[in-house]
Ligand binder design. Structure first.
Ligand code: PMT
Length: 426
């Protein structure tokens, strides 16, 4: 996900070296051809261009003649800063960048919206306009995002055509359900743009974790005092969900065990939702033996109330003493029973003595590496979109990363997991 600059290492004297990581956007240096066909959802393609450009892509838009009835080519030209392809027989388009060259240039083709007509033509191998001609000529991965009326979507001919496309190796981002422009309810809305960009990211990300099963834990645990109160911490789940998303992009089979949070699991990730530390322990125990790698980013409560009142506790005049008992240390338990081939990593959230405390946890919990979070730093730790961490490895190496987005930290974590898989040590 990003190019790396000089990698720093801890030297013999045990000092931590800073590492410069040149951050790059998700689609940096990628050339994306966006094919827009003639449906009402064509207006959403304009926002998609903006998102892809923002994520670093060079976007070239090719429209069918019908699409140009819904949105003007000028809109796409302004958003993409590139000429829009429209007419196969236009001397101008062919002299600027011909259809065969367009097909060769693309790292990825996205069709959004793909109408029933476009899907049918592709299934039949018809090439009768600029867009369908490019589609037959390209060898780039193609992501088809159908959008149409619910009856058209459900029609056996459309369903057969979509199956044909999937069989031919096209990736399909299925339409969503809801109210449609034609005032009907059902499946046919263009998929969420976030789901489309995520599917696109998966198509262009090298499948470095292909064939691997990985488990990620995320979020806080809630330890109930009574039916309406609990002990917890401010974990939002962002770090763990970013780990799950990046692993799925790299083609891992991902299991996410999550405490209560408001995030949606990334598409294709198997989610187990839990509330308490004991529930998290049970879920992880059941999955752990089959996993190739486990990364614990959850902020598990170390203690739970000794008793949970069956009804809301009444306010008394006197001060009360709350009796607590220790929760199991899930990661330490995993470290004790770790199969030799499994990669096991944890996080350490610290407010003081970051490296010393993290190193103790690395050793005590038998981890391959630990990601140390300095909670006192701005833009790091709970609830933020960024994190500034040091990664401590078993051989004493310490890498201090600059402040990165949680997805970028996740990429660093999976890079290490991949290195451990490939270095012959397991
Ligand atoms: O969710 P966000 O808002 O994005 O915030 C991210 C985060 C700060 C929660 C995350 O980056 C992080 O640091 N997670 C670990 C927090 C933590 O519980 O640290 P710890 O030092 O108490 O625990 C060390 C390791 O043991 C952790 O991997 C933890 O998951 C694990 N643990 C801890 C206690 C326990 N009873 N069982 C455990 O398995």
């Amino acid at each position: 996900m990003f190019h790396r600059g000089d990698r720093g290492r801890q030297d013999k004297a045990g000092r931590v070296n800073r590492v410069s990581v040149r951050k790059v956007a998700m689609f940096k240096d990628k050339s994306i051809l966006l094919g827009v066909s003639g449906g009402i959802a064509a207006y959403k393609a304009a926002e998609l261009v903006r998102l892809l450009v923002k994520a670093g892509a060079t976007v070239r838009v090719v429209m069918t003649a019908n699409a140009a009835q819904f949105v003007t080519p000028l809109t796409f030209q302004a958003l993409s800063s590139n000429p829009v392809g429209l007419d196969l027989f236009s001397l101008e388009s062919e002299s600027q960048i011909g259809h065969i060259h367009q097909a060769r240039l693309a790292d990825l083709v996205i069709l959004a919206p793909a109408t029933a007509n476009l899907v049918a033509k592709m299934a039949a191998g018809i090439a009768d306009d600029y867009l369908t001609t490019i589609l037959l000529a390209t060898t780039a991965p193609v992501l088809v995002c159908p959008a149409m009326n619910v009856k058209m979507w459900e029609h056996p001919a459309t369903q057969r055509n979509v199956e044909t496309l999937a069989g031919l190796g096209y990736a399909i981002c299925s339409p969503a359900s809801g109210s449609l422009a034609c005032r009907e309810e059902g499946t046919g809305r263009l998929a969420d743009l976030a789901d489309i960009t995520e599917a696109a990211a998966r198509l262009i990300t090298p499948p470095g974790l292909s064939g691997k099963r990985v488990l990620v834990s995320a979020g806080p645990t809630w330890e109930p005092l009574d039916p309406v109160r609990f002990l917890s911490n401010p974990s939002s789940g962002k770090m763990g969900y970013a780990l799950a998303r990046v692993a799925a992009r790299r083609s891992a089979r991902v299991h996410l065990v999550s405490g209560p949070c408001s995030l949606e699991a990334p598409p294709g990730v198997e989610l187990t939702s839990v509330t308490t530390a004991l529930e998290m322990q049970a879920a992880i125990r059941a999955l752990a033996p089959q996993m190739d790698a486990i990364v614990m980013a959850a902020a598990v409560s170390d203690y739970r109330p000794s008793e949970t009142a069956p009804q809301k506790r009444k306010k008394g005049d006197a001060s009360e003493v709350l009796r607590l008992e220790a929760n199991p240390d899930i990661l330490a338990e995993l470290g004790k029973s770790k199969p030799p081939a499994q990669v096991l990593a944890g996080f350490a959230a610290e407010t003081e003595n970051l490296v010393e405390n993290a190193r103790e946890k690395l050793v005590a919990k038998n981890l391959d590496f630990i990601v140390a979070n300095d909670l006192m730093k701005n833009g790091s730790g709970f609830g933020t979109d960024t994190n500034e961490v040091k990664i401590l490895e078993r051989d004493g190496k310490i890498t201090a990363l600059p402040r990165l987005t949680k997805e970028e930290v996740a990429a660093e974590v999976w890079d290490r997991v991949q290195r451990l898989f490939s270095d012959g040590s397991r």
